[in-house]
Structure formats: structure tokens, C-alpha cells
Design a protein around this ligand. Structure first.
Ligand code: C2O
Ligand code: CU
Ligand code: CU
Length: 444
């Protein structure tokens, strides 16, 4: 799957095209997307989490003339940073859901679905989670896998030596479930020049940037800001993740899910600033980057009745509007007309499920780049929203959007060029594998 690319449905890596070992499927398409940092990963249903965790994911950089004309830092000054968290066993092997073996990944979600399995926990969960990996693994399968080491481009305790000059840092959150709250160690503002779908109209400044699984942020930084010899760092700050109730971290340590709960602070990347050849005068990025028209919600055919997608927790499994994944199905509600715009609203009201369980979700729509038109947050969860709110970069084209507990995010989507069956889902990969994924159908 080419995450973020606008391609025909048969070229999108939908799980209905998953191939068995030894089989082949030829992907052939024209890249129509504008310059940006896209990425790729496999998408076999129920196995995406394991396959990405064990290494099958990478960046897919698209460039074009508009971008080239800006003269942004390039070559060795254009640095991809893929952030992933992993846990290792005593032999330095990956641990995924209580096991290091890829074959232990669930083979399908049907036997884990509470509707199908009957009872509190589906058979698969009992088999793969409870019995093999214990309580922590069962929680991880449901809430998402968190590693206790942070890897940057596959390295733990990553460090980088930089010159006193401008750089472009393309950051991808390639983690299965973890969200990052990125900031410079000294509170210097982060300057974002692009997001999921390429360049913004103009650079934006943020004290921190929230980056949910699958989101990308394109940062511009002139290291001349710091004196030669400085040891600086890119960090992830503390925030209210999900499942923190009354100071008790249900999803993290309490349940043995990870020694590093979602929302815990840590260092992402250590940098050492070397003397530059350009002199130590800090410069600014181009004031004008690209043309990103502001979204017009009135373009939507359902302007008066946005489609609501509730992020729901059923019996130990996440869903969308209470529904789970079905390989070839899209309901009439999930059917859209080719060439139209629609307003969709993802609601993380967290009213369903046990104990008002609340978690952020990272909502992704295949085949398109959309615009965020509105965010609202409800009283009960105002705190979660507050610790994240100032860190959203919603100005540009997006394919994935973080929906914090209590939040409602309204997006404007244009279904252009390609009819067919596409996915939309939570990009927290264990949620997705567990069924928090649905199809939508584009009809002519
Ligand atoms: Cu990154 Cu369904 O995709
Ligand atoms: Cu995708
Ligand atoms: Cu989710």
C-alpha cells in the first residue's frame, strides 16, 4: 500500500489483493501526487501490525518542479527521520504481542471479533494474547503495541551531527500505536513547511507538534540558531494519552503493556551542532511555499449533514460506528459518488465500551488527501485536548488525522478520478488489525 498516494483501487494494496508466498501481483500506476513524503507498507488484514513492526515499511519521496524551485535544503541536508518504537528480548530480538515470532501474528480478525467469537474475548485473543503473552499482551492487542525503545531510522539512541545551516527534516511516525509530541529541547519553535500531502502555503511555527501514527511533518530548521559545539535534541514531551484515569495508567504500566506508556516523555534524537561553512547567522525558510487553497465546506454535497463516524469500543474491540471490518463490504452510508466532495466527521466521544475507555485514534482515509475543516472537543476530556491542541498542523493536505479523546474532527474529502473500493481506518495498527477499519465505495 502506498500510503497517501492517489491511485486506482486495484493499485492501492487493499487486503483483498493480499498474495500468498510465491504468488505475484504487479503494481503499476502513475504518481499524480504533488511533492511530499509518502510511505509504503503491506496491508494484509490482521497482519499489518506485525509486518510493519518486523520491518516492512519505508518512505516514498515525491518531488516536483514547484518544490525544486524553492531551493529547500536538499541532498544530505534533507534528512528523513522515521520514528518507531520497539521492544527487544534478551537476545536483542523484537518482541511483538508477547512473542518474537512473526507467525504468531493473528491470521484473521474474524475469530477475534466479539460478535463472531461469542463471549468476552474471541478465541484468537485467548490463544494469541492471554495464553501466550499474558495480560499485558492481551491489553496490547486491544489497545495497541508500544515499544520501550525509540528507534530513528532503525537505530536506538540515535544521534546526528549537523552543520550550522538550514536542514529539512522529514519526520514520519511509523510506529504501530505511539503518538509523539515533538519539540526542541529548549522550547525553540518547530517550523513546519509541509505535512502528509506536501508543502503548506507558508511555514507555520509551533511550540510542539503532535504526530500520530502514519502522520508526516516536514520541518525546516537552521542549526545556526545554536552555537557550534551545542548538544541539542528533538524530544517527545509528556501529554495526556489515553487510559490515564485518576493518575492510574491503565493502558501502560499497570497492565504491563509497556514500560514507556503513550504520552510519556523521552528523547527522540540527539544532535551535535558542528561549525558550518555558511557562517552562524540563523536564516528563515521561504515565506511563501506553495498554493494550498483554503477548504470550502460548501463544496460538500452533504454540507448540511456531515457523515458521522463514531470511533467505538465494543466488547474488547474497536470499531467504526459499531462495525468491524468486512473484506468486500461497504454500506450505503459508506458509498460516495465519484467527483463529489463530502464532509466526514470522526467522533472520539468515548461513550461506548467499558469504563469510558478513551484513547486517541489516528484516522486515515485511503486514496485521497483531505482537508481538516473543524475540530471541537467536549468538556469531559478537555484536558486531553488541551495537552495536544496547540500541536496540530491542520493547514495543509492530510491523509491521516489525530482524533484525541473527546474530540470531533471534521474533514472535507474529494473523491476524484478513481471509482472502486477503498479503506478508511484507524492507523494504530493493532486497532486496524482488530477491525477498526471499513471500506468506502466510490461509484460512478
Ligand atoms: Cu498506511 Cu491503510 O494505511
Ligand atoms: Cu493508506
Ligand atoms: Cu485507534
Amino acid at each position: 500500500h502506498w500510503h497517501g498516494l492517489h491511485v486506482p483501487d486495484t493499485m492501492d494494496g487493499h487486503p483483498r489483493f493480499a498474495i500468498a508466498p510465491g504468488e505475484r501481483y504487479v503494481y503499476e500506476f502513475t504518481v499524480l501526487n504533488r511533492a511530499g513524503s509518502y510511505w509504503f507498507h503491506p496491508h494484509p488484514h490482521g497482519r499489518t501490525g506485525a509486518q510493519v513492526y518486523f520491518g516492512l515499511a519505508g518512505l516514498f519521496l515525491v518531488s516536483d518542479d514547484e518544490e525544486a524551485a524553492l531551493g529547500l535544503p536538499s541532498g544530505r541536508y534533507d534528512i528523513p527521520l522515521v520514528l518507531q518504537d520497539r521492544s527487544f528480548d534478551r537476545n536483542n530480538q523484537f518482541i511483538y504481542l508477547g512473542s518474537g515470532l512473526l507467525d504468531d501474528a493473528p491470521t484473521d480478525s474474524l475469530d477475534r471479533s466479539p460478535m463472531m467469537g461469542g463471549g468476552m474475548m474471541g478465541r484468537g485473543m485467548m490463544r494469541g494474547g492471554m495464553m501466550r503473552g499474558g495480560m499485558g499482551s492481551m491489553m496490547a492487542r486491544m489497545m495497541g503495541v508500544l515499544g520501550d525503545e525509540i528507534l530513528v531510522n532503525g537505530r536506538s539512541r540515535a544521534s546526528l551531527s549537523v552543520e550550522q545551516r538550514p536542514y529539512r527534516l522529514r519526520v514520519l511516525n511509523g510506529s504501530n500505536t505511539r503518538t509523539y509530541k515533538l519539540a526542541w529541547h529548549d522550547g525553540s519553535p518547530l517550523i513546519a513547511i509541509g505535512s502528509d500531502g506536501g508543502l503548506l502555503t507558508a511555514p507555520v511555527r509551533r511550540d510542539y507538534v503532535m504526530l500520530a501514527p502514519a502522520e508526516r511533518i516536514d520541518l525546516w530548521v537552521d542549526f545556526a540558531r545554536w552555537s557550534a559545539g551545542s548538544e541539542i535534541s528533538l524530544q517527545s514531551l509528556a501529554f495526556e494519552g489515553g487510559m490515564n484515569m485518576g493518575g492510574m495508567n491503565m493502558g501502560g504500566m499497570m497492565m504491563g503493556r509497556s514500560a514507556l506508556p503513550d504520552g510519556a516523555p523521552f528523547e527522540v534524537l540527539a544532535l551535535r551542532v558542528e561549525e558550518g561553512s555558511q557562517g552562524a547567522q540563523e536564516t528563515a525558510p521561504p515565506a511563501r511555499l506553495s498554493e494550498v487553497p483554503s477548504p470550502d465546506p460548501r463544496a460538500a454535497v452533504n454540507f448540511d449533514r456531515p457523515k458521522i463516524f463514531e470511533l467505538t469500543m465494543g466488547m474488547m474491540a474497536w470499531g467504526i460506528n459499531g462495525q468491524s471490518f468486512e473484506m468486500l463490504e461497504a454500506s450505503p452510508y459508506e458509498t460516495v459518488k465519484l467527483g463529489t466532495h463530502e464532509l466526514w466527521e470522526f467522533r472520539n466521544d468515548a461513550t461506548s465500551g467499558m469504563m469510558g475507555m478513551a484513547m486517541p485514534h489516528s484516522m486515515h482515509v485511503h486514496g485521497v488527501q483531505f482537508r481538516v475543516v473543524e475540530r471541537t472537543v467536549s468538556g469531559r476530556f478537555a484536558g486531553y485536548g488541551e495537552s495536544a491542541r496547540a500541536g496540530f498542523v491542520d493547514e495543509g493536505w492530510k491523509d491521516t488525522v489525530l482524533v484525541m479523546p473527546g474530540e470531533r474532527v471534521r474533514i472535507l474529502v474529494h473523491f476524484a478520478d478513481y471509482p472502486g473500493l477503498f479503506l478508511y481506518h484507524c492507523h494504530m495498527l493493532e486497532h486496524e488489525d482488530g477491525g477498526m477499519m471499513r471500506n468506502y465505495r466510490v461509484t460512478v
